[in-house]
Design a binder for this molecule. Structure first.
Ligand code: HEC
Length: 392
């Protein structure tokens, strides 16, 4: 598990970092993630950007370890930035994952890229392959793939073997981060692929430089260099092989969770109601406690132990439950959750368990418990808008 679990780990990171040492004659020390498909790009962009900023760079190898099965831990990155590097190049960020309370500083993005659906150009080879979708284990690709209906999954350990599953006919399609496909093509120029975007909020990632919190002056200088190179076209030239092809068609693979309450066009399906005409649904303290346990075992790994959002959106505070004009009815959120969550086993929990989790979500967003019990039917029928009543 290399690059992709690193993405998950990084997104979750909230590290406190030691002060940056003064730059030595070796210049600014740049680290990249081991095994990342974008390393070649990260190096060439770092060289050019730091040169534009008037700084020398040296690349530090092996500073970031391979990590264990859960990827590189925040603690390890903390150590790396304190000891071995001044900046981490090729740090992946996503709009969904940025809900985490990371204390790192980030530059502007130098590459925006997404997860794509990949097949073989040769149609005959494609139709011979079993109707299986390959994805990299514990990565955003897996989250996107599990939402697709009526497909069998082939979970692979690396992004390279995920592309390979399509190239060698183990799967008909694969969901991969586009730079992984670019890296694969570099090694296997004879294989012809077709790509299509996966329309998921979760598919959209950017590569940035990450700095320790104290490195504000360095980060500003790098941002100016990125802006300069973006204006004069040099950045586009450097990244052109890695950027998503512009003429790409949208795949018919829209994940079910795009129908969720919080994202764009999906909002149109949800009826808004006037807060003044509705009452809070009642729920008990015992349900909150039980819901909390269920949340910890089935939801926290994606939404965060404190509901703060990691690889999935926050489930407390105004980003989840905005003030009433924009709020979604509790019933809509309940129905969405009960049919789409947990994303790795959608709809598989008991109705009453979903109701208990709803009680926990309400309580976490500042609603008070009573002695009455919240049933799944009552939750489903509630037109009360969920609007956070806590500061967080
Ligand atoms: C494997 C990861 C994963 C797990 C586990 C998971 N979720 Fe999610 N959840 C997601 C993702 C990703 C989204 C965002 C979908 C989107 O809007 O694009 C989401 C969205 C949601 C939303 C809608 C939030 C919003 O603002 O759009 C709710 C509510 C939710 N999840 C509740 C839960 C609950 C409750 C559980 C546990 C029973 C759970 N989720 C488990 C990944 C997960």
């Amino acid at each position: 598990m290399k690059h992709h679990s690193i993405q998950l780990a990084c997104a979750a990171m909230a590290a406190t970092l030691a002060a940056l040492p003064a730059f030595s004659h070796a210049g600014v020390r740049v680290c990249t993630f081991p095994g990342s498909p974008s390393t070649a790009l990260d190096h060439s962009v770092a060289k050019a950007v730091f040169k534009t900023a008037g700084l020398d760079v040296s690349f530090v190898r092996e500073a970031i370890g391979e990590g264990d099965d859960d990827g590189v831990s925040p603690k390890e990155l903390h150590k790396v930035l304190a000891k071995h590097c001044d900046v981490i190049a090729g740090f992946p960020r996503s709009s969904v994952a940025d809900g985490s309370d990371s204390k790192l500083r980030f530059s502007a993005s130098y590459l925006r890229s997404g997860y794509v659906s990949v097949g073989l150009r040769d149609r005959r080879a494609q139709s011979d392959a079993p109707d299986i979708v390959a994805a990299t284990y514990a990565s955003p690709a897996q989250l996107i793939a599990v939402q697709q209906r009526d497909v069998e999954l082939d979970l692979e350990n690396t992004s390279e073997s995920t592309v390979d599953a399509v190239a060698n006919g183990r799967a008909r399609r694969a969901i991969v981060w586009y730079p992984a496909l670019v890296a694969y093509r570099g090694k296997h120029p004879q294989t012809r692929f077709v790509t299509a975007s996966t329309r998921s909020a979760y598919a959209d990632w950017s590569l940035v430089f990450a700095f320790a919190p104290e490195a504000a002056p360095l980060q500003k200088r790098i941002d100016r260099a990125i802006a300069t190179m973006s204006a004069d076209g040099r950045l586009a030239t450097l990244t052109k092989d890695w950027a998503l092809p512009a003429d790409e068609k949208t795949a018919q693979t829209t994940p079910a969770y795009l129908d969720g309450p919080s994202r764009g066009a999906a909002d149109a399906h949800i009826v808004r109601v006037d807060a003044s005409t509705t009452a809070d649904p009642a729920f008990s303290q015992a349900q909150v406690a039980h819901g909390k346990t269920l949340y910890a075992s089935s939801c926290a790994k994606c939404h965060g132990p404190d509901l703060q959002g990691i690889t999935a959106p926050a489930l407390r505070g105004p980003s989840f439950a905005p003030a009433s004009a924009k709020a979604h009815p509790i019933g809509a959120i309940f129905q969405y959750m009960a049919s789409n969550m947990p994303a790795d086993k959608p709809g598989k929990m008991r109705d009453q368990d979903y109701a208990d989790i709803m009680a926990f979500l309400l309580h976490s967003n500042g609603y008070g418990a009573s002695t009455a019990k919240l049933t799944a039917d009552a939750a489903r029928a509630s037109t009360t808008p969920l609007a956070a009543r806590t500061a967080q």
